[in-house]
Design a protein around this ligand. Structure first.
Ligand SMILES: [Zn+2]
Length: 252
């Protein structure tokens, strides 16, 4: 009995100390721990391929921190054990080689994410028009968007900004605000429209910038390049495409 007591005291003490240490460790870990849903998303986006060397890592993968203090999704990078070691334990004063920096790691990670999520994005067609599939009369402006694929649904985020000479018009609200998500099933088309004010139909050509983001089934957004349109009002009855952002002159 007494021998057991002698054993039990220090064991309990150790256990308590262990708990204290563990508790502190856990607290510290929780502070910068990624949300479980973010870890799942990161692993889906790279299909469990290391976001540095690109190898298929299977269970030998970790969702590592770019900055050890931050726990937001943009700070996560899936890495194989080798690459995690190489990024985390590199001596910055070592005279040979070159340290990985966060900008490089993010760019490489995004490229791997893109490689494994791009095939989930169907071809999508969209345009601004008064005629054809839309048939609208100013001040009503027609917008058409279609999921041309026959496999995956996709959600579109559409933002339209209008300007005249140096004046930016107030932002579109609702469907064209860039905040609403449009559900586009395979083979699905939407013919939508928005109003411009009478004040916009006088004098200067009307310019429109359209930004579209496509959100795949794993919730990764693929931003498309902005598309610009110009309507000459009095001298034309439809919009024409302006491919140069500089010519269009409407910042995001
Ligand atoms: Zn690797």
């Amino acid at each position: 009995m007494s021998a057991m007591r002698r054993h039990s005291r220090p064991r309990q003490g150790n256990r308590l100390r262990g708990l204290d240490d563990g508790g502190i460790h856990l607290l510290a870990r929780r502070k910068n721990e990624f949300a479980e849903s973010d870890k799942v998303k990161a692993l889906l986006w790279c299909a469990r391929h290391c976001c540095l060397c690109g190898k298929a890592a299977g269970v030998g993968i970790e969702v590592a921190h770019l900055d050890p203090k931050l726990s937001d999704f943009d700070n996560a990078i899936p890495l194989c054990f080798d690459c995690h070691g190489a990024t985390g334990h590199y001596n910055p004063r070592h005279p040979r080689g070159r340290k990985y920096n966060i900008a490089e790691l993010k760019a490489r990670r995004d490229q791997v994410y893109e490689q494994y999520t791009r095939p989930l994005v169907p071809p999508v067609l969209y345009f601004l028009a008064q005629r054809g599939a839309t048939e609208r009369q100013l001040p009503d402006v027609g917008f058409y968007i279609s999921n041309l694929g026959n496999t995956y649904p996709v959600r579109a985020r559409v933002q339209v900004k209008l300007a005249q000479s140096s004046r930016m018009w107030p932002e579109n609200s609702g469907h064209f605000s860039g905040r609403a998500l449009w559900n586009l099933n395979p083979g699905f088309s939407v013919s939508a429209h928005f109003d411009v004010s009478q004040a916009m139909l006088e004098k200067e050509p009307l310019r429109a910038r359209i930004d579209v983001g496509l959100i795949d089934i794993y919730e990764r957004e693929h931003k498309l390049l902005p598309v610009g349109y110009i309507h000459q009002l009095g001298t034309s009855d439809d919009w024409y495409l302006e491919p140069s952002e500089e010519e269009l002159g409407i910042p995001l």
